[in-house]
Write a protein that binds this ligand. Structure first.
Ligand code: UDX
Ligand code: ADP
Length: 447
């Protein structure tokens, strides 16, 4: 099928950057990114410095493509109808209630998209799952499409996104691989070919892998689980380093020099965050349990448990330093994003660490260079389940690092460049969750 029009449902961290790069590399294709959230669409269409997603290099791509062959709107039905190819890039959080709560992915948004696609499609469509999803979701999407629309042929492909936030544009330009899963039928293979032809505009052919849908879906969960596992492995060793006096950074360097192991994703930290790692592992755990593979489920679950342990252990380090009592102490939390170069705070270690500090009596000054104040307030209110205390001035969200000057201690959570050489009075203490600061009054992970 010749693709002239693409529709992407979901203008978030995945949909926005991915579609902007496809638009840049495929000027012959019109791309409409649609979202139910009007404010978000307004921001995508608004000033280039205030896009809803902060990613290095994104604004340059948007400036070249927006209103050329890349369009953002809330007009979901019309854009579904005119597209030959539809990407689903909506959020898939972990379920908070019902069967599988706390483990399985909440497919409400994906299912709503499938119902919209079925409702508004008048011609054949290739539907692509881009969101991270549990294995066999494509089957569910197909079921919804077919039972709600009997006149149109739908081909479902899985095309998982491997971009990491903070380097999304670079990752999209130079992907290690592009994975496409589809049915082994004639129409399934043709649909795969249509998507391969899009990526071929800038990705070498050898890097485009094709497989069946389930292998593709599972590859995404497995990739993230393997990456997160490395972080939990080194983080678990960081606890032992602290007890024995070994240096975790040097340990990591020594381990990583073995080319069979490799040096990437071996940096000890206050814990991994982000919308994918924990969610995908919990999905994997749920899937294994479903199939009665309890030992396998437990193996992967431990990766998440160590991550929680690491966040709690780090917060405890701060509490112990003040002899178990943070009442009257003012602590600066440096960084709210889950990693540097993103404005995304989902599952950030900052949320848990500062909750523990706050609930142990500290007052907080929170500073992040990119995460919006509104996002920090929402995270606190929704995840700590407190509302009134924000008014008591025990939590202060500040716009500049300088405004944290009068604090008793500084807790670095995000590896923002500007925290690397911060000028802090020698009498003050730094708890460095990322091992990035060279200040001598410093307590680091694994040291
Ligand atoms: C991840 C995967 O890397 C990406 O392929 C997938 O598509 C989505 O999930 P992302 O979560 O955006 O990407 O960022 P990533 O760079 O993987 O970092 C995740 C977390 O791990 C961050 O909190 C980061 O600070 C932490 N991390 C990473 C460490 O603590 N140590 C490391 O060595 C590497
Ligand atoms: P991700 O990191 O997976 O991209 P985000 O939360 O950043 O997740 O983005 C997902 C987007 O999908 C949000 O902007 C949300 O408004 C949008 N969305 C969710 N459900 C629907 C839907 N049924 N129709 C249109 N947009 C939707």
């Amino acid at each position: 099928m010749k693709i002239k029009n693409i529709c992407c449902i979901g203008a978030g961290y995945v949909g926005g950057p991915t579609m902007s790069v496809i638009a840049l590399k495929c000027p012959h294709i019109n791309i409409n990114v649609v979202d139910a959230n009007q404010d978000k669409i307004n921001a995508w269409n608004g000033h280039i410095d205030n896009l809803p997603v902060f990613e290095p290099g994104l604004s340059e791509v948007i400036e070249k493509t927006r209103n050329r062959n890349l369009f953002f709107s809330t007009n979901i039905n019309e854009n579904i109808e005119k597209a030959e190819m539809i990407f689903i890039a909506v959020n898939t959080p972990t379920k908070t209630e019902g069967k599988g709560a706390g483990m399985a992915a909440d497919l409400t948004y994906v299912e709503a998209c499938a119902r919209d696609i079925a409702k508004y499609s008048k011609s054949d469509k290739i539907v692509i799952e881009k969101s991270t999803l549990p294995v066999r979701t494509a089957e569910k999407i197909k079921e919804i499409l077919i039972s709600n629309n009997k006149t149109v042929n739908f081909e479902i492909l899985s095309n998982p996104e491997f971009l990491a936030e903070g380097t999304a544009i670079e990752d999209l330009f130079k992907s290690d691989r592009v994975l496409i899963g589809g049915d082994d039928t004639e129409s399934g293979q043709k649909a795969i070919e249509s998507l391969v032809n899009i990526y071929k505009n800038w990705i070498e052919k050898e890097k485009i892998l094709t497989t069946d849908v389930w292998t593709s879906e599972l590859s995404k969960l497995a990739s993230n689980a393997m990456l997160a596992q490395r972080i939990s492995s080194i983080n678990s060793l960081s606890a032992l380093c602290e007890k024995t006096g070994a240096n975790v950074d040097e340990l990591s360097h020594a381990i990583g020099m073995d080319h069979r192991i490799g040096s990437k994703f071996l940096k000890a930290s206050v814990g991994f965050g982000g919308s994918c790692f924990q969610k995908d592992i919990l999905n994997l755990v749920y899937l294994c349990k479903f199939y009665g593979l309890n030992e396998v489920a437990e193996f992967w679950h431990q990766v998440v448990k160590i991550n929680n342990y690491q966040k709690e252990r780090f917060a405890q380090k701060v509490i112990d330093h003040f002899d178990g009592n943070l009442t009257g102490k003012k602590i600066a939390v440096l960084g709210w994003a889950f990693k540097a170069n993103t404005n995304d705070s989902r599952e950030s270690a900052a949320i848990k660490v500062s909750e523990i500090l706050y609930k142990n009596g500290a007052s907080l000054s929170i500073y992040d260079p990119k995460v919006q104040k509104r996002t920090i307030v929402n995270d606190i209110q929704n995840l700590w389940k407190i509302k009134n205390s924000m008014k008591e001035k025990k939590i202060n969200i500040v716009e500049k690092f300088a405004a944290t000057n009068d604090c008793d201690a500084f807790v670095i959570i995000t590896e923002w460049e500007e925290f690397k050489n911060i000028d802090i009075d020698d009498a003050k203490i730094i708890f460095d969750g990322r091992n990035i600061n060279e200040n001598k009054n410093k307590f680091s992970i694994g040291k």
